[in-house]
Design a protein around this ligand. Structure first.
Ligand SMILES: [Zn+2]
Length: 510
């Protein structure tokens, strides 16, 4: 009976990175309390299944050996370690790095010995997972769009057609299957305390006014008259009627809906994360001042309903520590606990932006989705600790990667609905979490009736099915509680990872 997993990494040029990737894969499917770090020379205990990477273990009689493609060796950190294209699929899973010496169409093979079963994994799932989780390509290929972001179209996942597949989770599943063959009988990790999967509901509060400073909607009216408005947008006469009613205070501005939205969520049993901007300057800033008494009161009202208040780092703060800190201080001036959030416009530079969140002592970021395409930018539908390639270390914050935002499909909502459905099914299949971004402007039944209806019905349906729907803080508590019940010591992982010694000289590979 093997109820624990001993994992061993050796003979690779960057063992810290490889060990991080292997452990992260394992932790997706095995409770962290069941994982034991081994050196490879220590004896395998009876209650342990072993998985090795990069080493030949003398006398290994049973366990899983993951193929080492050499990713973590000489070319690590350079463009030469990018995957060979086009990628092949093995058992319908993209094999980003693999053993191509003999053309096998099997993900793994196994043989029985006197002491047990030895499984050989022919896909380098450790390198593949690391490639996606660390956003390796984004540190190597510095392509940017007009907003300075790494575009979806430049990613290997998009070009190879697997952006909408959580490949890292697929690898973790394969690894669990291999461990089972090798005799692992321990429990599978459950993330959401009994719920089959989860939705993290988040709102970026960019605007609170459809008509800031009472300005008439001249451009939108012109667009409507010219027939260039999106299908969901109101006709010019309805727009003008809404303007007139708002300007004469016969009704509230449609985007000024946070309390109403928050109350509806509570009424259906949901809590959400509300991210506020601390930058109200210029065209890219908020149309409200976070530290104004009215906004502070609004934040407190939303928080008093059990929602999370978080930080929406401004357009210019993605690589500017000073700005980041100033804006965060403003959002924190309401006196509410702020432990995470997201970058405005999803402006991101790997790994610099992660470092800002970490340096300010924040617990998580939820920015890493592509602005122009929904999917799994980090290859996973579970939260994970990022790895800073340039500093060769695992980071203390958690990334809750964004999978779907309303704004991406605002003018092609039927495609958006189809993708939302597809991504939900994938999160369900892997017991993951769909991190969803719904802007408060799309709560409006005047300006976004289709989006509003779609999100409301999705959330109500999921709640009825027992899906855990909550803010990120709410889900993190759920996951931690699950961990505690499984006997893990909270914070153990970060401490252990920071004390991992880096072996000196690399030994020749056998
Ligand atoms: Zn924003």
């Amino acid at each position: 009976m093997s109820t624990k997993v001993r994992y061993c990494v050796g003979n690779v040029g960057h063992p810290r990175a490889a060990q991080y990737a292997l452990r992260t894969l394992l932790e997706m499917v095995v409770p962290p309390s069941c994982l034991v770090l081994g050196s490879g020379v220590d004896a395998q205990r009876e209650d342990e299944a072993v998985v090795t990477y990069g080493m030949v273990r003398e006398g290994m009689e049973s366990g899983v050996r993951v193929f080492d493609s050499g990713f973590f060796d000489h070319h690590y950190g350079s463009i030469d370690a990018m995957p060979k294209r086009p990628l092949v699929r093995i058992q319908n899973t993209p094999a980003i790095y693999r053993d191509d010496r003999d053309a096998t169409d099997r993900f793994y093979s196994f043989q029985h010995g006197a002491q047990g079963v030895t499984v050989d994994c022919h896909v380098d799932i450790v390198a593949g997972a690391f490639f996606l989780l660390s956003r390796y390509e984004e540190t190597i290929v510095r392509t940017t769009d007009t907003f300075g972001r790494f575009p979806a179209e430049s990613s290997v996942a998009y070009q190879e057609g697997f952006l909408q597949e959580p490949v890292v989770n697929q690898y973790a599943e394969q690894l669990l299957t291999m461990l089972r063959i090798a005799g692992f009988t321990g429990e599978r990790r459950s993330w959401w305390r009994g719920a089959p999967w989860a939705i993290a509901l988040t709102h970026d509060v960019d605007q609170q006014y459809r008509f800031p400073h009472g300005r008439p909607p001249a451009l939108a009216v012109a667009r409507s008259l010219a027939g260039r408005a999106s299908a969901d947008a109101p006709r010019w006469d309805r727009l003008l009627a809404d303007y007139a009613a708002t300007a004469t205070h016969r009704k509230k501005d449609e985007y000024d809906c946070l309390a109403e939205m928050a109350a509806w969520e509570v009424s259906v049993g949901i809590r959400a994360s509300y991210y506020f901007l601390g930058d109200s300057s210029g065209r890219r800033g908020a149309d409200y001042a976070t530290d104004a008494p009215g906004v502070t009161l609004q934040m407190k009202t939303v928080a008093s309903m059990g929602h999370e208040i978080g930080f929406h780092a401004g357009f210019w703060a993605s690589d500017d520590m000073q700005r980041f800190r100033t804006e965060l201080t403003k959002v924190r001036s309401a006196g509410l606990p702020v432990v995470g959030g997201r970058q405005h416009y999803l402006r991101w530079k790997t790994p610099v932006t992660w470092r800002l969140w970490e340096a300010e002592g924040l617990a998580y970021d939820a920015s890493l989705g592509f602005s122009k395409a929904a999917g799994f930018r980090c290859g996973t539908c579970l939260p994970f600790h990022p790895f800073d390639i340039e500093s060769d270390r695992e980071m203390s914050i958690l990334e809750w990667p964004l999978m779907f935002m309303d704004a991406t499909y605002v003018s092609s909502w039927s495609e958006g609905t189809r993708l939302l459905d597809d991504l939900s099914q994938k999160c369900q299949r892997y017991g993951g979490v769909l991190v969803l971004l719904w802007h408060n402007r799309n709560w409006s039944s005047v300006y976004a009736p289709a989006i509003r209806e779609c999100f409301r019905s999705l959330l109500e349906r999921c709640i009825a099915q027992g899906v855990a729907v909550s803010s990120i803080v709410g889900l993190a508590q759920l996951a931690d509680a699950t961990l505690s019940s499984q006997g893990a010591v909270l914070g153990e992982r970060v401490e252990s990872s920071s004390t991992v010694s880096v072996p000196g000289e690399r030994h020749g590979k056998a």
